[in-house]
Design a protein around this ligand. Structure first.
Ligand code: ADP
Ligand code: 5GP
Length: 190
């Protein structure tokens, strides 16, 4: 794999897409490869049923999050659907020094910030096949209240308008096909 981060040996990869498009599913699959690591974000959102603190997110209060902003702990941060999310700087820098492929599963606002700071980062936008499928997947995931799903579907329309800012667009219709495409982009052999 080519080094696309200037002085570091690793590869920084931004993965975005509307909620329910399949980002987490794809990232978890990629992270089965020992050369790949997923960034664990900090958030002020409440944990979902099966989420574990420190594994899926670092769950903090708003004042704690704001303190971290002041301390310069984040590479980027953004508010999404009323909740704060941020990418911790230190583990990112360490992973790139170690030559790993480091995945940031972040929203469009955060992605634009990272693209500016790391212009050689590989950016991938995951698209649902269509709006109906997205809605079905969000309902099927069974993790969000109806009101949150409605808000996420509204945000999806906004987010889709930014897909062209990403270097690659991948439609997640059949998971295996989408994964194959991402493996090819990242030049990871299965
Ligand atoms: P995101 O991280 O983008 O919000 P998830 O990875 O949580 O999305 O996926 C949303 C739901 O859709 C999950 O229940 C997941 O199992 C399911 N899903 C993901 N990809 C596919 C696919 N290609 N076909 C069918 N269901 C999928
Ligand atoms: P969820 O609440 O469904 O886990 O995530 C909601 C949105 O926040 C998704 O689009 C997800 O990619 C994004 N997100 C998760 N972590 C971060 C982060 O560290 N920074 C930014 N900007 N967005 C994030």
């Amino acid at each position: 794999m080519s080094n696309n981060n200037g002085n570091t040996g690793g590869e920084l990869v931004i993965i975005s897409g509307p909620s329910g498009s399949g980002k987490t599913t794809i990232c978890k699959e990629l992270a089965k490869d020992p050369r790949v690591k997923i960034s664990v974000s900090v958030t002020t959102r409440a944990p979902r049923d099966r989420e574990v603190d420190g594994r899926d997110y670092h769950f903090v209060s708003e004042p704690e999050f704001e303190e971290k902003i002041r301390e310069g702990c984040f590479v980027e941060h953004a508010r999404y659907s009323g909740t704060l999310y941020g990418t911790p700087r230190q583990p990112l820098e360490k992973a790139l020094e170690e030559g790993l492929t480091y995945l940031l599963e972040i929203d469009v606002q955060g992605a634009l910030q990272v693209m500016e700071k790391y212009p050689n980062a590989v950016s991938i936008f995951i698209l649902p096949p269509d709006e109906d499928v997205l809605k079905k997947r969000l309902i099927g995931r069974n993790t969000d209240k109806d009101r949150d799903i409605a808000e996420r579907l509204n945000l999806a329309k906004e987010e889709l308008r930014f897909s062209s800012h990403y270097r690659y667009q991948v439609v997640n219709d059949r998971l295996e096909v989408a994964l194959e495409e991402v493996y090819k982009i990242l030049e990871l052999k299965r």
